[in-house]
Ligand binder design. Sequence first.
Ligand code: XMP
Length: 524
Amino acid sequence: MPVSPHQRLLVVDFGSQVTQLIARRLRELNVYCEIHPFQNVTEAFLKGFAPRAVIFSGGPASVLNSEAPRPPAFIFEIGVPILGICYGQQVMMDMLGGTVEGGKISGGGGTAEFGRAFVEPRGTLSVLEGWFEGGREQVWMSHGDHVSKLAPGFESFGMSPNAPFAIIADTERDFYAVQFHPEVHHTPKGARFLDNFVRLAGFSGDWTMASYKNEAILKIREQVGEARVICGLSGGVDSSVAAVLIHEAIGDQLTCVFVDHGLLRENEATEVVTMFRDHYNIPLIHADEAELFLSALEGQSDPETKRKIIGGLFIDVFQKCADEIDGAEFLAQGTLYPDVIESVSFSGGPSATIKSHHNVGGLPEEMGLKLVEPLRELFKDEVRALGRELGLPKEFIGRHPFPGPGLAIRCPGEITRDKLDILRQADAVYIDQIRRHGLYDKIWQAFAAILPVRSVGVMGDGRTYDYACTLRAVTSVDGMTADYYPFSHEFLGETATRIINEVQGVNRVTYDITSKPPGTIEWE
Ligand code: XMP
């Protein structure tokens, strides 16, 4: 096991939906951590990893089930601070001699708690520094079972109406446990709590994005050796950062492929290719494959069929490029942490199954290329920080995300070249408006979509029967959830007028005010 030179924190994963948020909060505190599924955390692993502190994540299981996931008992003997979160608290109590009772979900009589709750103090504790200044603290709970009797050595330091042991500690051994989730935003002082915990454990904050960069470069060199890598470049921030990072690691062993599938925005191909050719000396293949993609999409209107056609053709194009590059063994992708779905198999073998969402829509094994994904531990804003560390131009770092299938998923129903032209023009006017009003950097992503609807209008003295387009703009932290951007009516009115006046083929403009969930950001 390669061991990082930094002070290390181990997060033992019991399968919570929000485990990766623990890692993110710790990185914000400049603490190096690794998440490992509980099955992999053996005595030998612990000795090798030598953590300075351990955090147990939450998880969906119930300790009342004899099959429930448990860490090795040895973990309580290694003499480092441990923090148990939610299920992590329950498993800690169960293993150290306390009692856990079932809530409604596991069939017991206790009360489950989901969502916002308030915790009141029952004593002072160093990990609670900065807490309870205004009396009680808001926390986010999500539990069925609850601790009903503490293990020997533990005391309660905070309670909520349904969790008398919301915050507990054995200060002799530096074991702490909470029923709520300090890692989520809905626990406003959660980051402070984790900060207190890592400081108590003696972390000096020796991990930075500069260290991430250097370590990622070493890992890429180790993985790739002398082989050649091709990197699909979309012009979005993820693939650009991945390409520049890999280029720093292996130089000319990297070839970038920019696929123009005919589904790009106005001037996009020229902008991306020029920016890369002007700023970097990275071999770049500009694959103009618009005909290939657009003819395959003709007559298709089902969203999944469209995505599959595009994904399949991307692979064909990469394959063709790879065949032309002698020694190409790897395909690099800008996959991020939210794209990585980690499913821990509680009943199965010792290793976690990690499934990647691929930007190109899935990689068939017969493609014969191995993946290089140097950003798979990062969130979008961390990728931007890494981009700054690598010196990427500002205009690239701040670009709104653009999906691999491009305008295809902004053109619900059948895609025609006419519709794509109209959409490109409407989108360009919309983005121009956003820039002119100084709003681009306040918005996570904005775009126009052309709807498969034509409606009657009147322009001049004539009747029109043209397309309706819809505008979308959202705020988000990581694209997983989103809210619509609250433009002023003046802005919306001015933009609609400009689009209708400047874009032939559109006579109606709507603004999409759906959040995610229940909507998604894209229309397909
Ligand atoms: P949704 O529509 O799922 O989108 O709310 C969330 C974010 O992901 C982008 N997106 C994609 N990006 N390949 C990509 O590279 C895709 O197939 C894809 N589908 C959606 C979307 O633009 C938004 O930023």
